[in-house]
Design a protein around this ligand. Structure first.
Ligand SMILES: [Zn+2]
Ligand SMILES: [Zn+2]
Length: 358
């Protein structure tokens, strides 16, 4: 079954997409998913920041920043309490600013930082950027007490005030007719190279993005629409193959394979009327989303992009792509010819190794 996804026509512009590794953290899977798969107890996740470069216009933006290195000193007490409660590992080697500088990308050349949403594993430390770098946020950010004004001016805030101080804070307006794959959309540079999508459900201010890497190819930056590919794979649009190739358990062996039926046993559809080959492994948890119905709708919309051979979906925390993709300063613009999508699609199944062997 194929989906009816209409991708926007090219206006002659593309963007370069690089992924910066913005730190690593852990979350117990019981916080993230509604159901449990034995042996998969903790998500040990990278936090991706995306450098988007529009060469024609000479502009660079960052979509998310990962985690700030100085989180202990700068995060509001509520956030520190949450980290302690979750016993989360916070492993940040270098801020995104350091990584850019080391690769000779001047911080002054970054026009904007776009936050997919206000969570600490996405917001990084905008105060390290010059005042000329604007901060762009999703709808609802400025009118919600948990996000604006920032801490400590506003004790209820979950974000630090110094992220916005002295810089332009732009809240996106999606009240136009443009929709892509059901998501309200903004043509960010006005040339069809980079779209921001309003993807509600996870938080009040959540947005995703769609970057055009060639005339008809795109990278979908999912943010936290999902936290693990098992939340949006497999589906009727993208069924679990009879033979999974390469095998998720093999390292760099592209010709390896394993039977898809191996995963029937640990799939929650087992014993129900649902088909394990067309039902995602994980259901979203209400505790992880301000609106579960909206979050489910966003995942459903993202699944259509995921099933399209013209779109490569990369969520902010996709661990399974860590050993598949090249990272900054390299770009992933050649994702299609390099087969990153076909190699990476089923790699997340390795997380269920414990369940199928138990
Ligand atoms: Zn989040
Ligand atoms: Zn996140």
């Amino acid at each position: 079954m194929t989906s009816n996804l209409f991708l926007p026509q090219s206006k002659g512009s593309t963007v370069d997409v690089s992924i910066i590794h913005g730190g690593r953290t852990t979350v117990p899977t019981l916080y993230v998913f509604q159901n449990k798969i034995p042996g998969h107890d903790v998500l040990d996740i990278p936090c991706y920041s995306f450098l988007i470069e529009n060469k024609k216009q000479g502009k660079k933006v960052l979509f998310d920043l990962g985690i700030m290195k100085a989180w202990k000193e700068k995060q509001p007490p509520q956030i520190l309490g949450q980290i302690e409660f979750a016993k989360a590992v916070m492993d940040i080697d270098k801020d995104v600013t350091e990584q850019l500088s080391e690769s000779k990308v001047a911080l002054e050349s970054i026009d904007s930082i776009i936050w997919s949403h206000h969570h600490i594993d996405h917001t990084g430390d905008p105060s390290l950027f010059p005042a000329s770098t604007a901060l762009v946020v999703g709808p609802g950010f400025k009118s919600n007490k948990t996000t604006f004004p920032g801490y400590p001016e506003n004790p209820e805030a979950l974000v630090a005030n110094d992220a916005f101080l002295g810089r332009e804070l732009i809240e996106l307006d999606f009240s136009t007719d443009l929709k892509i794959g059901g998501f309200p959309a903004v043509d960010y540079f006005g040339d069809g190279g980079f779209y921001i999508l309003q993807a509600q459900g996870h938080t009040h201010d959540h947005i995703s993005a769609l970057a055009r890497t060639s005339d008809d190819k795109f990278v979908f930056l999912g943010g936290d629409v999902a936290h693990h590919p098992g939340e949006y794979r497999p589906t009727a649009h993208l069924p679990l193959p009879e033979s999974v190739q390469p095998s998720p358990f093999a390292i760099n062996t592209l010709t390896s394979s394993c039977p898809g039926a191996l995963f029937e046993e640990c799939h929650p559809a087992k014993g129900t009327s649902k088909d394990y080959r067309t039902t995602p492994f994980y259901e979203l948890n209400p505790a992880m989303n301000v609106s579960l119905p909206d979050a489910i709708e966003s995942v459903n919309k993202m699944e259509a992009f995921d099933a399209s051979p013209n779109v490569f979906v990369v969520i902010a925390h996709d661990t399974s792509l860590l050993d598949v993709l090249p990272f900054f300063p390299k770009t992933i613009n050649n994702w299609d010819s390099a087969n990153y999508k076909s190699i990476g699609t089923w790699r997340f199944l390795k997380d269920f190794g414990g369940a199928i062997k138990s």
